[in-house]
Write a protein that binds this ligand. Structure first.
Ligand SMILES: C[S@@+](CC[C@H](N)C(=O)[O-])C[C@H]1O[C@@H](n2cnc3c(N)ncnc32)[C@H](O)[C@@H]1O
Length: 217
């Protein structure tokens, strides 16, 4: 599906990047920040869950959660190169029939998608300027929980990301990275009926798990 976001993500997250990510995943397993998402989702104790992975890259989250937590997954990604590699890997793992792959900016297609038990966004909000629209749309698709990773709001992260954006500008490449305010992301999710139940931090990345509040009878 053509969109500005997809064109930009295709340039940034191309085939070489996707192949390198897959090589790392096969050699070392999920990246550290992805492991935090996997542990958080597993802590919910769900079985046969429906998963929606937004910006899933090479598909690590569904490759892993289809082993024990989920029995179906939807992977929406703006990068066609990542989707191609994710599809090939799902086929190799025997999961292909359980995963629906959609090439799109998630905010453009969210209203046509069914709800899932768990929604994941691993290092995705930092690639998208309008984090409010992205998180609102993601929340609307979550029956139970959302787990996401994003860059920590620390001076050293902001400094590195400013440098990255500076070089992007020099290259005339419109792709930018963002350190979105954590408190504002939280208030968007709170406004959608989700409450933070755990947070874990690495040097660069922070992971938060939000669970839907159960309304009292
Ligand atoms: C930094 S990569 C992370 C990939 C994977 N989640 C991981 O952690 O390895 C960001 C991914 O998010 C996707 N993405 C960013 N904004 C998106 C949007 N609005 N809709 C769908 N995919 C998006 C990009 O195409 C890319 O695959």
């Amino acid at each position: 599906m053509p969109c500005n976001c997809c064109e930009m993500e295709n340039n940034t997250f191309g085939e070489d990047e996707a192949k390198a990510n897959l090589k790392d995943y096969r050699k070392r397993g999920p990246a550290k920040q992805t492991k935090l998402i996997l542990e958080a989702v597993r802590s919910l104790g769900l079985k046969n869950a429906a998963l929606l992975d937004i910006g899933g890259g090479i598909g690590t989250i569904h490759h892993e959660l289809l082993k024990d937590v989920a029995n179906e997954a939807t992977h929406v990604d703006a990068s066609s190169a990542y989707l191609k590699i994710a599809t090939e890997e799902a086929k190799r793992l025997g999961h292909e029939a359980q995963v629906k792959f959609i090439h799109a900016d998630f905010t453009d297609v969210a209203e046509n998608l069914r709800q899932a038990d768990v929604v994941t966004l691993d290092r995705v909000v930092c690639c998208y300027p309008n984090f409010r629209a992205l998180l609102k749309a993601a929340s609307s698709k979550s029956r139970t929980a959302i787990a996401l990773t994003y860059p920590r709001e620390e001076w050293y992260i902001k400094a590195v990301m400013s440098m990255m954006n500076f070089f992007q500008r020099l290259r005339n490449d419109p792709f930018r990275v963002f350190v979105h305010p954590v408190s504002e992301m939280e208030s968007v999710l709170n406004g959608e009926g989700l409450r933070k139940i755990s947070t874990r931090k690495l040097f660069v990345w922070e992971m938060s798990l939000y669970q839907r509040e159960v309304s009292s009878p």
